[in-house]
Design a binder for this molecule. Sequence first.
Ligand SMILES: CC(C)(COP(=O)(O)OP(=O)(O)OC[C@H]1O[C@@H](n2cnc3c(N)ncnc32)[C@H](O)[C@@H]1OP(=O)(O)O)[C@@H](O)C(=O)NCCC(=O)NCCS
Length: 166
Amino acid sequence: MVIMDIFSIRNVQKEDRDWIKRWLVFQWGAEIVVSHDTVFHPSDLPGFVAVTPSSDEPLGLITYHFDGDDCEIVTLDSLREGIGIGAALIEAVKQHARNVGCKRLFLVTTNDNIYSLRFYQKRGFKMTKINVGATDRAREKKPEIPTVGYFGIPIHDEIELEYCLE
Ligand SMILES: CC(C)(COP(=O)(O)OP(=O)(O)OC[C@H]1O[C@@H](n2cnc3c(N)ncnc32)[C@H](O)[C@@H]1OP(=O)(O)O)[C@@H](O)C(=O)NCCC(=O)NCCS
């Protein structure tokens, strides 16, 4: 799928695993992601990548995993914000999750991440849960998680957002 000749969206392939590991360290401080007390290795997960159509240079990445009727977005990052990459990656996962019969798409973000709370809610996601202290617990498994985030907000909790696919 090519969007406005600026980027196109394709599936993550086996050959992408190495740069995804480096990307995760750059974006999130380590190759692992810990959410709702679960450790994920996003470089082993399925996903979609936004790339430049001419040179396949990665501009955005979304990874996800299935659990029964649920599809969880594990990571989402855009390197060129504000041109629709994040929205297109979310749309790709929504479509795929629907096609395979998932009923619910969800994700967690941290209590400081005002930007992503805005982004997801404007795209139909609803806040469904606060996991109090979940990020403090995650930090025990992944010390790279900062203690202070956007706007100097102390990071302690996870906020779960979901989108109904039915
Ligand atoms: C959250 C995030 C993934 C959004 O990605 P993005 O590529 O900037 O997303 P989009 O471009 O689709 O949308 C961002 C904004 O730009 C606007 N936009 C989209 N296309 C645009 C265009 N062609 N021209 C101008 N603005 C545009 C959108 O309307 C949107 O604004 P809105 O939220 O007020 O509606 C990105 O900010 C990011 O990587 N954040 C850091 C990592 C992170 O927090 N990830 C989520 C963790 S759960």
